[in-house]
Ligand binder design. Structure first.
Ligand code: DGL
Length: 295
């Protein structure tokens, strides 16, 4: 009887997996604009794919909100992407990845959900030579200990790994104000990051969508430290998952001028549209404004 139920379940799963179409879009969502730094990495590694990007610009930032609120908001974003028929969901927001990955997985059925934490945690362990790893992120991400827990989970017990973490909340508005090369930003970076010099870390996880835009400055404050871009490692991870599930669009050898991306936001698109270029490196089509939940 048990075997019979198991076999049925197996075939049921198989049928569901088969129903996913490789030509469907990759769904990416974030609290706002920052997830475009993650989308940029996906386009780099998966240039032939179609994308749907949703930024919850009406309710950004998430980085100082509670788990309960972040879970509720994130579920609505994921439901929107599911309604659009995406073949995989990428949680570009580190805060959502840290606080709400399980909730999103609980509503996604057969659709794989990839967050930022696991791929970056693995990459940091691969990159570190001395076992001293730093993590930076929003208050919510750092407060959740998601990165530390994951690094401890996957490193062997006697590996002597030491993880140091620090919330750097000011980095988000600084990037959104376009102050990435400002003298004041250098001072703030020094204030936030100098303690990592004392800890002698050799690897630092950029655990927030906005931080890759400050890589040059972070490397000035912490020279000789390997920076882990969570979006980059999530893209490589997603590539593997899609290939295993036979859901990858074969790379087109022709030059792709502009990938196909539909953009959605939850509030007035002006800033998003104008700033997108800074995160993505190219001009985007105007995003559509949608309504999520009861807002
Ligand atoms: N996207 C968020 C993250 O990666 C940063 C912006 C916010 O606080 O919503 O954690």
């Amino acid at each position: 009887m048990i075997i019979f139920v198991y076999i049925n379940y197996f075939f049921f799963k198989l049928i569901l997996v088969r129903m996913l179409d490789k030509n469907s879009a990759i769904g990416v969502f974030d609290s706002g604009i920052g997830g475009l730094s993650v989308l940029k990495q996906f386009i780099r590694f998966l240039p032939s794919e179609n994308y749907i990007y949703l930024g919850d610009t009406a309710r950004v930032p998430y980085g100082n909100k509670s788990k309960q609120i972040v879970e509720a908001y994130a579920k609505e974003s994921a439901e929107f992407l599911i309604s659009k028929g995406v073949k995989i969901i990428i949680i570009a927001c580190n805060t959502v990845s840290a606080l709400a990955l399980d909730s999103i997985r609980s509503i996604s059925n057969d659709i794989d959900v990839i967050g930022m934490i696991d791929p970056a945690a693995e990459a940091s362990l691969r990159a570190s030579r001395n076992g001293k790893i730093g993590i930076i992120g929003t208050r919510a991400t750092i407060g959740s200990n998601a990165y530390i827990n994951q690094i401890n989970n996957i490193s062997s017990e006697n590996s002597n790994i030491k993880v140091f973490s620090k919330a750097c909340p000011m980095f988000v508005p600084i990037v959104e104000e376009g102050m990435i090369r400002h003298d004041a930003t250098k001072l703030i970076a020094e204030e936030y990051l100098s303690e990592f010099r004392n800890h002698k870390i050799d690897t630092l996880v950029l655990g927030c969508t906005h931080y890759p835009l400050l890589s040059h400055l972070i490397n000035e404050v912490l020279p000789n430290v390997t920076l882990i871009d969570s979006g980059e490692h999530a893209a490589v991870y997603a590539l593997r998952v899609l290939a295993e599930k036979r859901l990858l669009i074969e790379p087109n050898l022709q030059f792709i001028e502009k990938p196909k991306i539909d953009f959605y936001v939850t509030d007035s698109a002006t800033n998003f549209y104008e700033q997108a270029h800074n995160f993505l490196g190219f001009k985007i089509d105007k995003p559509q404004i949608i309504k999520l939940g009861k807002d």
